[in-house]
Design a binder for this molecule. Structure first.
Ligand code: MG
Ligand code: MG
Length: 628
């Protein structure tokens, strides 16, 4: 598989774009004419520069408003094409993209367009060039790849072929299965873009909201399955117009793009094994069976306060690491590791963020395979010196410097808690917390797509629709990712301003990290009472909230009184009900949530978020914490 990306997909000047694209591992670029024109360098130099970076120019684009014109416009269009052919030869590329005409005077007619392309094919052939025809979703007469293919078929010229673009086909809801009827050698080029499902003008949607395969809602796998079934063997190229990416980090966007292509082609091959495998062979997405542990980096009195809070939550100090300053705290199936090391990775994480989640351990079927897949998708392995008696647990770097360990059930790795930790005979303590329900990570809004792509390409996870969490001081976008059985859930939260609770946390902690962990109880009232007995102080809510709850839901007055007494929030969805209460904010805005899901409630209590956030901010203001 030859991977390629249009220069328009990346921010920066031409040089910055090319560097980011080369580092990300692409084989080639579509040179977008505007990027060339804006660059100060002649075409030969630009072509040589691109090749010196190990990239090939897979396509020159776009050539607009060519076909179906009446004289004298027709002759002018051919003259214009000849000038672009000159440029292509100087640059050193043999394929031009002609997109279907939007010219107000274009006449239409399949045979007229076919005759135009036959003549253009003759002119291209004299120079050893090729012409690819793409149906724009908003083309004046041609806006469907099936019509573009009919024109190419009737042009009947070896140097004229079809260019497919997943956006134009899928945005118009054209069945991608129709691609299977096209001979693979007449498809000259394939462009890919995904997009979120938004009901809007096609041109505006395309120019501003395209994103990487897997980041949106279009059926990219179905599209590519059909393409590969034709025997197509040309480049697979990203053509992404996206406002966020235009302002994003070129290297991150390019890396995400490459990751999305490799993952997509792996999906295609798995779904269509008869089509040639074009990407690298790698293990399938790992199925996460749950969060095995969460490790916090902390030091000094912050660490003491944190451990005191764990006690009020009902955790017991069950052991210490044999060599390092790690304490293991457990309750139900939950393991929390408190890392007080003053050297190494955790201590750098503490120096950067303050008390923070520095490591997440996930239970998977095969840890080695999980790392192998992650590396194929561009993730870096994470290694630390292994001390005597310690196990080598496979790990990778997540985004934003985080670390993910994989603990599997098939090897001895699952015994790490017995092998590496002493066993404390600490008195039993329990508040009925059973497992980790979800981890909530906060990152800047612009980074959300990178994070969701990272998780969805590595693990078997589904994305729920993005929800708006309303903070009194601004909007926070929230996207949940979860395994089909709900054993692993993570929410990605992208604040639009630093004035929100999440935005303030992000600014204080210098970059993306876990802002809260949610622990599941099977009996919220018992847990609430047990924790209160241990000195836990929940986040206090307003009386107004409970008055409104009584109006909104048909709740038993006794239940309502118990909710109010425990400062427990309540929600319902079509399936079931949800109970949640919060700790007070700790160290820079981190907090703990206790939840109970009943009868298959699948959300995260988003309708309650404005009241929870207002309560947190009230408390932080009272304490004179450095944020509104
Ligand atoms: Mg296109
Ligand atoms: Mg939550």
């Amino acid at each position: 598989m030859k991977t390629s990306i249009a220069t328009v997909s990346i921010s920066g000047n031409l040089l910055e774009k090319l560097e980011a694209i080369a580092v990300a591992g692409f084989d080639g670029i579509e040179i977008f004419e505007q990027d060339f024109i804006a660059h100060d360098g002649n075409p030969r130099e630009v072509g040589d520069l691109i090749r010196s970076m190990g990239l090939e120019i897979t396509l020159f684009q776009p050539f607009r408003d060519f076909e179906g014109l009446p004289p004298p416009l027709r002759a002018k269009a051919f003259d214009r094409a000849e000038r672009k052919f000159d440029l292509m030869q100087e640059l050193g590329t043999d394929l031009v993209l002609v997109c279907s005409s939007c010219h107000p005077q274009a006449l239409g007619g399949i045979d007229r367009a076919a005759a135009d392309f036959a003549e253009l094919g003759d002119r291209a052939a004299k120079r050893g060039l090729r012409v690819g025809y793409e149906a724009l979703a908003w083309g004046k007469h041609v806006n469907d790849h099936r019509d573009a293919w009919e024109i190419v078929r009737r042009a009947d010229h070896a140097n004229v072929g079809l260019i497919l673009d997943s956006f134009h086909t899928l945005a118009r809801k054209i069945d991608p299965e129709t691609i299977r009827r096209i001979p693979g050698d007449k498809i000259f080029f394939v462009q890919l873009a995904d997009a979120p499902k938004i009901d809007m003008d096609l041109l505006y949607w395309s120019r501003h909201f395209r994103n990487m395969p897997g980041e949106g809602d279009l059926a990219l796998t179905d599209f590519m399955r059909a393409v590969m079934a034709t025997g197509y063997a040309g480049p697979i190229s990203l053509e992404i117009f996206n406002d966020q990416f235009r302002g994003g980090q070129p290297k991150t966007i390019a890396k995400d793009g490459h990751r999305s292509l490799v993952a997509l082609m792996d999906d295609v091959w798995r779904a269509e094994p008869a089509a040639a495998q074009t990407g690298p062979e790698m293990p399938a997405r790992a199925t996460v069976g749950g969060v095995s542990f969460v490790e916090f980096a902390t030091q000094g009195t912050e660490a003491d306060t944190f451990e005191a809070m764990l006690k009020t939550l009902g955790f017991r100090h069950s052991g210490n690491h044999i060599a390092k300053k790690l304490a293991l705290w457990t309750q139900g199936d939950i393991r929390i590791v408190v890392n007080r090391e003053t050297t190494g990775y955790a201590s750098s994480a503490y120096a950067m963020h303050g008390t923070t989640v520095c490591d997440i351990g996930l239970s998977v079927g095969d840890a080695g395979k999980a790392v192998d897949r992650a590396q194929h998708l561009g993730a870096a392995p994470f290694k630390q010196p292994i001390g005597p008696g310690e196990l080598d647990i496979p790990a990778i770097r997540g985004l934003s410097g985080s670390v993910l360990h994989f603990v599997d059930e098939t090897s001895g790795l699952k015994n790490v808690w017995e092998v590496e930790f002493t066993q404390n005979a600490d008195e039993a303590s329990d508040a009925g917390l059973k497992r980790i329900d979800h981890l909530a990570q906060t990152m800047s809004y612009d980074e959300m797509l990178s994070w969701s792509l990272f998780y969805t390409t590595l693990f078997n996870t589904q994305k729920s629709p993005m929800v708006d969490v309303v903070d009194p001081d601004g909007l926070v976008r929230s996207q949940a990712l979860e395994t089909p059985d709900g054993a692993f859930r993570i929410t990605l939260n992208g604040p639009e301003t630093h004035r929100t609770m999440a935005g303030g946390f992000l600014a204080d902690s210098f970059g993306a990290s876990v802002q809260h962990i949610a622990l599941a109880s099977d009996d919220i009232f018992t847990s609430s009472a047990a924790m209160a007995a241990k000195g836990f102080k929940p986040l206090p809510l307003s009386d107004n909230y409970y008055a409104d709850l009584a109006a909104r839901f048909d709740l038993d007055p006794e239940i309502l009184a118990r909710l109010k007494a425990g400062n427990i929030l309540y929600d319902e969805d079509a399936n079931g009900s949800f109970y949640q209460f919060y700790s007070r904010p700790y160290a820079g805005g981190m907090f703990v949530e206790i939840v109970q899901r009943k009868d298959g409630y699948s959300g995260y209590g988003a309708p309650n978020a404005p009241f929870r956030i207002a309560a947190q901010k009230r408390l932080m203001r009272q304490k004179g914490m450095p944020r509104e």
